[in-house]
Every structure is written in structure tokens, then in C-alpha cells.
Design a protein around this ligand. Structure first.
Ligand SMILES: Cc1cc2nc3c(=O)[nH]c(=O)nc-3n(C[C@H](O)[C@H](O)[C@H](O)COP(=O)(O)OP(=O)(O)OC[C@H]3O[C@@H](n4cnc5c(N)ncnc54)[C@H](O)[C@@H]3O)c2cc1C
Length: 435
């Protein structure tokens, strides 16, 4: 039996939106010409694309939970084009970085078009983002990053501690590189906008977990209370691929937690030099991600862990919340102990070599996912592109996807979990000051 996603109720991005009425779950056996499993960004983008290209076909879209309330609502809302690398400045390193950048850039441009096309209000802000460090240990890494960005003519700016304090309202960071592409957004509002854009020929069933899939001429998808016999199947469950026995030797789920504060008071905003919206990613892999939003809230995500059950109980979530609060207080000591209003967990998906899944895994069955922390842009792009693949439509984006490496092999369990835990512990040790 598949490990099923179970969302907690703490997601701040969701809780500050108006409630939406969920669609019914599947309660009988049906046939579907087109079936998409997973209604996060990937599945929603695939459904929108199929539905628009096949206005006379019914597209069935199902999700184990409420649509769009998994990682797609729970992420930190960074739409990234440039990502920090560790300074591979060889020709191959540069070429590989450029390919990754081009794909991310395409994804960012594509998402902007979708947001405009469907009139999605999601606090889109092209304010850039900081890769920051609280110690001088990352000086070489950041300098290499600047060199790489310069070589590729990508706009960037170095900030020292003083300039950062003025911009961010905290003297915590010693140095940072600001990059200017991509955007910051409200992730749950983006997912909600995509759901609202679904046309009448998409039949969405929520709270409909898939427990088993049998592949053949037709794909037999067993759900909790009904079976779907599908001609064409797109699997868009991202971190839950391995629990459906898909790409278990290539893709790995990680559990992340985050918190969002209430809006800061006028006094608290003054302590922060009346700073405007900003986003900070850490120069360390395991360091904290922080945002200061347009409605003057702080968001922090500073834990990542291996979880066999892919969920966190209330007791453990409280412990993670304490780590979030400590991360906020070390940067903003004036904040009160009860400043956090929402805390949540979410599942993301990584591979060993930062590669993504975009494959026809059986005849007329495709899988997409494993965006390695870049899914806000990539999931939407891959969803769209997998629909074109299924429709046999050629596209330039496919060339960019094909140019990227495939995910490397991962060892079987339990060795895999041990290995990832060890790697995370090492990275955490290096980033102790950044949490
Ligand atoms: C805390 C956090 C912070 C992040 N920050 C960022 C960021 O700042 N920028 C960025 O680009 N990315 C970020 N990510 C990653 C990003 O959120 C994901 O890459 C992206 O949401 C993937 O979208 P998706 O639709 O593929 O997957 P998901 O949003 O996970 O959707 C998959 C859906 O499949 C459903 N599902 C799973 N199993 C089953 C089943 N058996 N049957 C039926 N349905 C099933 C789930 O309920 C879920 O709704 C973050 C992720 C987390 C958790």
C-alpha cells in the first residue's frame, strides 16, 4: 500500500487565503481517456494544457488531499532562475550551469505568462533575492558565484554587512550576492489561481488517494473508493513517486518545515528600518530561507529531514517551530515569543545530481517531478510540456529538458535513508550559524 500524503492544517500561505469549497471524491469505477494523478503545480499545469488542446475530451484530475495543498502551497515562494553553485568554473561546469539556467529562465518566463493569462493574484514581485552568509567562511563561494554570473552576463550585486542591514533590517548577515531574475510569490495563491482556471472539461476529484497502479494496454488506477481505467496517465505526485513505486532508485523525498509570523507591528517594522519585501537564501545548503512579505510577515524555513512516513506529528512540528523561532530571534531579537502564527511541513523531492524526472515510464504513462527545490517554475513548465509530449506535439522546451542529465541511480533502502541522513548531518554541521 502506498504511503499517502497527509497535510497538516498549519500552512500559513493557505490559512491567510479565503477557504475554497472542495470537489467531491471519486466514489465509483470510471473510464478515463486522460487521467492525471496529483493536483499540485505539475498536475494542474498538465490538466490546463490538455484541456485547452482537447476541448472536447474529458480530463480527469485526482488528488489524495485537497488540490494544490501539498508542497505547491507549502513552499517558500521563490521562483528562481539563477541558483547558487559551488563555483564550477571549468568549461563543462559553465556549460552545465548555463543549461540549467536556461531551463529555469524558461520556466520563470512561462510562469509569468500563465499568471498573466489566468489573471492570478499571487503577490508576484520581481524584487530579486539575496544569497547571504552570516560568516566570512562563504566568501570564496560567493566570489566564485559572482565570477560565474559575470561570465554568463547575469546581473548581480555584492552586498556587505552594512548595506545588508539597511536592506533587510538585520545585521545578522556578513555578506550576500543579490541576483535579479525570477520572482517572489504567494505559493498557495498561485496554486489556487491554477485551480480556479481549470475549464469545464477537467473533472477534478479531491481526497481521492491512489493506492495502486497496474500498467498495461490500459492503466488500472485503484483509489480508495473506486477504480479508474485510463488510456493515458500522467503521474505528477513529485515526492510521493517512490511510494507509488515510481523512480524509487532515482528520486528521494525530503520533509521540510516552515513558519509564518503574524504581520509585524509598526514598532517592529521600525526595528527593521521600514524594510520593503525581500527574500534571503542561505549560502549554505542547510541554512535558513527567509522572506519578508509585502504584508510585513516574516517566513522562515530552516529544517530539512528524512522521514519514512512522509509526515510529522503535532509534537514534532512544535519542536520544529521552536527552531524557526530561534532562527527568527537570532536575526530579529526584538520579536516576541508568540510572533509565529502558522507552522507547517511539506514534502519536496531531490535526486543525487540535481536532475529532474520527465519520462514516459510505460506506454502512454508519463511521470514528472523531482525539481530539487526549483519546482515553482519547473513543475508548471514540466506539467505543460508533458501534456505536449502526450499529445505528440513538438516544442523547443523539450530540447532544454533533454539537454539536462537524467537522475543518477540511488541505492536501495535502508542504505539510502542512512546515506541521506549522514549527508544532511554533515551539511547541517557546516551551517550551524545559519539556522
Ligand atoms: C517547505 C518547502 C519549501 C519549498 N520552497 C521552494 C521554493 O521556494 N521554490 C521552489 O521552486 N520550490 C520550492 N519547494 C519545492 C516545490 O514546492 C515543489 O517542487 C513543487 O510544489 C512541486 O509541485 P508538484 O505539483 O510536482 O508536487 P506537489 O505540490 O507535491 O503535488 C503533488 C500532489 O500529488 C498528490 N499525491 C501524492 N500522492 C498521491 C497519491 N497516492 N494519490 C493521489 N494524489 C497523490 C499530493 O497530495 C499533492 O497534492 C519547496 C517545497 C517545500 C515543501
Amino acid at each position: 500500500m502506498a504511503t499517502l500524503p497527509q497535510n497538516d492544517n498549519g500552512c500559513g500561505w493557505l490559512n491567510i487565503l479565503n477557504k475554497r469549497v472542495h470537489r467531491a471524491s471519486l466514489s465509483k469505477d470510471i473510464n478515463a481517456k486522460w487521467l492525471i494523478v496529483g493536483a499540485g503545480y505539475s498536475g494542474l499545469a498538465a490538466a490546463l494544457t490538455l484541456a485547452e488542446n482537447l476541448p472536447n475530451d474529458e480530463i480527469v484530475l485526482i488528488d489524495a488531499n485537497a488540490a494544490g495543498e501539498g508542497a505547491s502551497a507549502r513552499n517558500s515562494g521563490y521562483l528562481v532562475d539563477t541558483t547558487l553553485n559551488d563555483g564550477h568554473l571549468s568549461d563543462t561546469g559553465l556549460k552545465s550551469y548555463q543549461q540549467k539556467y536556461e531551463l529555469n529562465k524558461k520556466a520563470a518566463d512561462n510562469l509569468k505568462q500563465m499568471v498573466d493569462k489566468y489573471n492570478i493574484i499571487c503577490d508576484w514581485n520581481e524584487c530579486g533575492k539575496f544569497y547571504a552568509s552570516s560568516t566570512f567562511d562563504n566568501e570564496l563561494k560567493l566570489n566564485n558565484f559572482i565570477e560565474l554570473l559575470d561570465k554568463l552576463n547575469l546581473e548581480n550585486q555584492f552586498f556587505n554587512q552594512q548595506d545588508l542591514a539597511a536592506q533587510l533590517g538585520t545585521g545578522f548577515y556578513k555578506m550576500a550576492v543579490k541576483t535579479f531574475g525570477g520572482a517572489m510569490l504567494q505559493p498557495a495563491a498561485l496554486a489556487r489561481g491554477l485551480i480556479d482556471a481549470l475549464p469545464h472539461n477537467v473533472s477534478l476529484y479531491e481526497h481521492t488517494p491512489v493506492v495502486k497502479i497496474k500498467h498495461g494496454d490500459k492503466h488500472i488506477v485503484s483509489c480508495a473508493h473506486g477504480e479508474i481505467t485510463a488510456d493515458n496517465l500522467i503521474i505528477a505526485v513529485n515526492g510521493f513517486m517512490p511510494s507509488l513505486k515510481i523512480k524509487s532508485d532515482r528520486a528521494f523525498p525530503l520533509l521540510l518545515t516552515a513558519s509564518l509570523t503574524r504581520p509585524l507591528t509598526d514598532d517592529e517594522q521600525k526595528h527593521m528600518n521600514e524594510a520593503q519585501e525581500w527574500g534571503v537564501l542561505s549560502a549554505n545548503h542547510m541554512g535558513a530561507t527567509l522572506r519578508y512579505t509585502s504584508d510585513k510577515r516574516l517566513m522562515i524555513r530552516n529544517t530539512v529531514e528524512v522521514s519514512s512516513s512522509l509526515r510529522l506529528n503535532d509534537h514534532d512540528l512544535k519542536k520544529r517551530k521552536a527552531i524557526h523561532l530561534a532562527g527568527l530571534k537570532v536575526r530579529f531579537p526584538f520579536l516576541a515569543d508568540d510572533v509565529i502564527a502558522h507552522s507547517w511541513s511539506g514534502i519536496t523531492c531531490i535526486s543525487a545530481n540535481n536532475a529532474n524526472v520527465f519520462d514516459e515510464i510505460y506506454k502512454n504513462c508519463w511521470a514528472i517531478g523531482c525539481y530539487n527545490g526549483g519546482g515553482v517554475g519547473l513543475a508548471n513548465l514540466f506539467g505543460q510540456e508533458i501534456a505536449y509530449q502526450a499529445l505528440n506535439k513538438s516544442s523547443d522546451v523539450k530540447k532544454l529538458i533533454d539537454a539536462r542529465p537524467k537522475p543518477n541511480w540511488l541505492p536501495p533502502q535502508p542504505v539510502l535513508n542512512w546515506g541521506v541522513r549522514l549527508k544532511l548531518a554533515k551539511d547541517k554541521f557546516k551551517a550551524t550559524e545559519e539556522v
